[in-house]
Design a protein around this ligand. Structure first.
Ligand SMILES: C[S@@+](CC[C@H](N)C(=O)[O-])C[C@H]1O[C@@H](n2cnc3c(N)ncnc32)[C@H](O)[C@@H]1O
Length: 242
């Protein structure tokens, strides 16, 4: 099934760039994991974020054909795939998986994504999830589907409260920790809304963004996949087996 996001992001990424991030925000995202190793970026957008990773090997995929093409243009090997479907990679093939600002597009169909991450991530590997934080009222109201001051381009991409994700990650057997983080980023194709709507919303969004300027706008969940002992003979048995 073709996702509505693919057409929307093909359109938003019609130029040469989808989002512009200040170097400080790219640095913060990069530093969430040291020693990344083989790295996958799920929903890689135009490739700006994975391009900034200090990793020996980075690949990505995106549901938007145009985003995957832009990411390839930035030197990030990228293909078109749906995060809620099967990932086009072999089992245990990554040390690190990033998923930045993608889960809120999936209408809470998160379990298939985590199952696939679990499959492609090597034992002991790391998953990073970064999402708009619903605990920040500015973020919540400008993302909410029915909000009169929605600025989010899709009509169903509400911000997420991390407490909705953590139990699911734990149920998948992951160990997860959650941190607040502030990431600046600007959609380059400014808006899907007509000018008059943007002007009408502006006083409210500007006031809210001022009031919430010191409240982090995102959360980062860092997840570790348990080390693998499958197929290993415990030390005591090894001794007795000799
Ligand atoms: C808000 S943008 C974030 C892009 C990039 N991760 C970043 O942070 O700059 C959301 C991205 O997720 C992609 N996306 C949305 N639904 C997806 C899905 N089901 N599978 C893969 N990518 C998806 C969109 O095409 C878009 O590139």
């Amino acid at each position: 099934m073709k996702r509505p996001q693919s057409a929307l992001f093909d359109r938003l990424a019609a130029g040469s760039q989808l989002y512009a991030y200040p170097p400080e925000s790219l640095r913060k995202l990069n530093e969430l994991v040291k020693n990344k190793g083989r790295t996958l970026d799920v929903g890689c957008g135009d490739g700006t974020i994975p391009q900034a990773f200090d990793a020996p090997w980075v690949t990505g995929f995106d549901v938007s054909f145009r985003c995957a093409a832009l990411a390839r243009g930035r030197g990030v090997v990228s293909v078109v795939a749906d995060a809620a479907g099967g990932f086009p990679y072999a089992t245990d093939s990554f040390d690190t998986v990033y998923c930045v600002d993608v889960l809120h597009h999936l209408e809470r169909r998160w379990r298939p994504v985590f199952d696939e991450v679990n499959r492609v991530l090597r034992p002991g590997g790391t998953l990073v999830i970064v999402e708009p934080d619903a605990r920040n009222a500015f973020v919540r109201w400008t993302q909410a589907p029915d909000s009169p001051i929605r600025v989010a381009p899709c009509d169903n991409e509400p911000a997420i409260d991390p407490s909705d994700l953590l139990p699911l990650l734990q149920a998948c057997g992951f160990e997860a920790s959650c941190h607040s983080i502030h990431i600046e980023g600007e959609q380059v194709e400014r808006s899907v809304f007509p000018l008059w709507q943007r002007l009408a919303k502006a006083p409210f969004t500007l006031l809210l963004s001022f009031l919430y300027r010191n409240v982090p706008n995102k959360f980062a969940i860092i997840v570790t996949k348990a080390g693998d002992t499958r197929g290993e003979v415990p030390a005591a048995s090894r001794e007795s087996a000799v």
